[in-house]
Design a protein around this ligand. Structure first.
Ligand SMILES: NC(=O)c1ccc[n+]([C@@H]2O[C@H](COP(=O)([O-])OP(=O)(O)OC[C@H]3O[C@@H](n4cnc5c(N)ncnc54)[C@H](O)[C@@H]3O)[C@@H](O)[C@H]2O)c1
Length: 329
């Protein structure tokens, strides 16, 4: 029987590429659509790469007509909170227009199912933790607003145009492929774990902590780190779910435990044995003190639980890949 094709927007990026590997392992055919704005060609290894901007309706429609996917895994987006505060237009344009273009093209090609990469940033400053899906959504930066708007668009299209969706609200993705074939590489790198690892490898002179006066045990921000492979696994489960049920779901993805920036630095020191120059700087705009997920719904609806909930695996795998990483050639 022919493999079922899943069109993966942003499949050359960090989480998308790990999901492609798992999709291929589980018998799907991942078709990557990516404009390579932050993704890497070398990370596309498990199916074809169509270089295309999802806002280009006609080009995207040709890709859908060519491959006839059964579902979409939609990762393509601008993803940096700080940049979104500086340049909101870029975020509303790419993330919201991108979603509208994708849905229009899905309608044109009669593709009805979509798994969307949403974010815990839709919640804003938490009123309580752990954060469940019923927590009020009051984003505090343009990135979070774009994800929130995309969720609302999906709800409206579900109501009026038969679009079925599962929006996965990830907390902090981290870690790498345990076989070290792929991992996280952005230029510049905004994410915490690879930034600390760059400092450990001497690729960065120091690691800067953004704020040490938060209302947390050690004064640094606390986040819920979820292994990238566990996020990939949730996509597999979401695809299985959306084939069985007429879905319109919002589901958190996190481990349910929080680690402070200083705790992550200490774990990197322990795992790598390297020295790191740590500088304590000021807070950044748009960073809540604590973000921890209640992932009960992921367990109930998707039968999902993390395989790698511990910081040692998450950082160990990231370190293993980081040491061996090759740049695009
Ligand atoms: N990394 C995290 O911790 C995290 C947390 C919550 C949500 N998310 C979401 O998960 C998704 C994937 O994040 P990531 O960390 O892998 O980011 P990433 O930057 O590594 O991947 C995004 C990919 O999308 C591509 N892309 C961007 N705009 C595009 C467009 N208009 N057309 C085609 N391709 C386009 C980029 O080239 C890149 O390959 C994003 O939607 C992000 O908002 C990530």
């Amino acid at each position: 029987m022919a493999k079922q094709r899943v069109l993966v927007t942003g499949g050359a990026g960090y989480i998308g590429s790990h999901t492609c590997k798992l999709l291929a392992t589980e018998g799907y055919d991942p078709i990557v659509v990516d404009n390579l704005s932050t993704g890497n060609k070398w990370a596309v290894k498990w199916g074809p790469l169509e270089i295309c901007d999802i806002r280009d309706n006609d080009a995207l429609s040709l890709v859908m007509a060519k491959y006839k996917p059964v579902a979409i895994a939609h990762f393509a987006s601008c993803c940096y909170v700080g940049e979104s505060v500086e340049n909101p237009e870029k975020y509303y344009n790419n993330n919201v227009s991108g979603m509208l273009s994708l849905l229009k093209t899905m309608n044109r090609n009669r593709v009805r199912k979509i798994i969307f990469s949403s974010s815990c940033s839709t919640y804003g400053n938490p009123q309580y933790t752990p954060i469940d899906e019923g927590h009020p959504q009051t984003p505090i930066n343009p990135y979070g607003f774009t994800k929130y708007i995309c969720e609302r668009i999906l709800s409206d299209y579900h109501r009026t145009q038969d679009i079925e969706f599962i929006a996965l609200r990830y907390f902090n993705a981290a870690g790498a492929d345990p076989e070290a074939e792929i991992g996280e590489l952005h230029e510049p790198e905004p994410h915490l774990v690879p930034r600390i690892l760059d400092a450990a490898l001497g690729k960065a002179d120091h690691f800067l902590i953004h704020g040490t006066d938060y209302d947390t045990d050690d004064g640094t921000c606390v986040r819920d780190y979820v292994h990238v492979l566990d996020i990939a696994k949730a996509h597999l489960k979401a695809i299985e779910h959306i084939f069985k049920f007429n879905s319109a779901e919002f589901i958190n993805l996190g481990n349910g435990s929080g680690f402070s920036v200083k705790e992550v630095v200490n774990k990197v020191l322990e795992i790598t044995g390297c020295k790191i120059k740590v500088i304590e700087g000021d807070r950044r705009d748009g960073d809540p003190a604590i973000l921890i997920s209640d992932s009960q719904r992921a367990s109930e609806i998707l039968d999902w639980s993390p395989d790698y909930p511990d910081l040692t695996s998450i950082i160990g795998h990231a370190w293993q890949w980081h040491r061996s990483k090759k740049s695009d050639s």
